[in-house]
Design a protein around this ligand. Structure first.
Ligand SMILES: Nc1ncnc2c1ncn2[C@@H]1O[C@H](COP(=O)(O)OP(=O)(O)OP(=O)(O)O)[C@@H](O)[C@H]1O
Ligand SMILES: [Mg+2]
Length: 331
């Protein structure tokens, strides 16, 4: 197996708000290996973006704060280094594509200049070399007539093209890790597929690792190696993509899988949706946060948070009393 590049241990991030302390990321642990594509999946508001902003220490303080845990990148804790060290990692070794590409591009700067700036900053290229490389990258991500279009401004590009520019900027510095936060939700289905293919092929070529954030399990199934399912600030199930689809364990994961439209299901089958809605992270009830929506809930689920139970080979694990040993679940 490839070496571990990133190790997140017991990460906690909270926001102090007038409604109380929001536990947006609550005791999250996972590892990312070289070349691995990891999907972080869950409903809106479950803490996906906050997890990844925490990795780069981009949480707005206040109201936010990382209140615990360790983030080891190549063995070094990113939470203890000073701001300057983290700045070098950010955009260099770990690059991020943000949820909304329009807010991340400068509307007043030509596309080619924006890519070139990133190259000058992170790879120390001269201006001329950087501009040439920018045009080359636009071609590589499939922008038609790339040399001429390099002189366009962001608003002259379509949503899908802007998203590809963001990817080009992110990968221009040969990052070890690419974090892609919902890179395709605003795009139509064919463009989505192209963007995912692009990320997949790049990860293959450069042995780049990818963290792919999405609320749609169907979208990432084809490109991920591993999936972490998040619910209410916690990872409730971790598995290789094959295991997850073949044998989902957590009732929430099962619900997510049943909500994916399937071509082979026939038109008469109604699409399932998980009843209820996600809990308020500022006032979580005791026990498992999924309990009010769970049809398998037992008495203990309302009292205590289930521990993370490992099953089989890593990364297979689940946080559910059905599988915790000694409580009537699996031994
Ligand atoms: N600046 C902030 N102040 C207060 N609460 C915040 C702030 N940013 C995020 N949160 C809260 O943290 C929780 C997790 O938010 P996050 O953005 O990580 O969700 P997400 O899983 O990325 O959702 P989506 O799929 O909608 O992007 C939410 O309850 C959100 O309200
Ligand atoms: Mg988000």
């Amino acid at each position: 197996m490839e070496e571990i590049l990133l190790e997140v241990n017991n990460l906690r991030t909270v926001f102090d708000t007038e409604y109380g302390t929001v536990k947006a990321v609550d005791d999250i642990s996972f590892t990312l290996r070289k070349g691995e594509v990891l999907g972080l999946v869950g409903e809106s508001g479950c803490g996906k973006s906050v997890t990844n902003l925490s990795l780069l220490r981009l949480i707005p303080e206040p109201p936010g704060r990382i209140s615990g845990g360790r983030i080891l990148f190549k063995g070094k804790d990113l939470l203890v280094g000073d701001e300057e060290e983290v700045r070098l990692v950010r955009g260099g070794s770990i690059a991020m594509i943000f949820q909304d590409p329009m807010t991340s591009l400068n509307p007043l700067l030509k596309i080619s200049l924006q890519i070139a700036e990133a190259l000058q900053l992170h790879r120390g290229m001269g201006r001329k070399e950087a501009l040439a490389k920018a045009a080359e990258l636009l071609k590589a991500i499939g922008i038609p007539d790339a040399e001429a279009r390099a002189n366009d401004y962001p608003h002259q590009f379509s949503g899908g093209m802007r998203q590809r520019v963001m990817i080009a900027m992110a990968i221009s510095c040969n990052p070890d890790i690419l974090i892609a936060d919902e890179p395709t939700t605003a795009l139509d289905v064919t463009i989505q597929a192209q963007i995912l293919e692009l990320i997949k092929s790049l990860s293959g070529e450069n042995t780049m690792s990818v963290i792919m954030i999405t609320h749609d399990l169907g979208v990432v199934a084809g490109i991920c190696d591993t999936i972490c399912v998040m619910y209410a600030g916690k990872i409730v199930e971790k598995a290789s993509v094959d295991d997850l689809f073949a044998q989902p364990l957590h009732p929430y994961t099962k619900g997510l899988l049943d909500s994916i439209p399937r071509i082979d299901a026939g038109s008469r089958k109604r699409l399932y949706s998980i009843p209820g809605s996600p809990p308020n992270l500022a006032s979580l009830p005791p026990g498992c946060p999924f309990r009010p929506r769970c049809d398998k809930a037992m008495e203990i689920c309302g009292r205590e948070m289930p521990p993370e139970t490992s099953l089989g080979d890593a990364p297979r694990s689940v946080r559910c009393w059905l599988y915790a040993s000694g409580e009537g679940g699996l031994e």
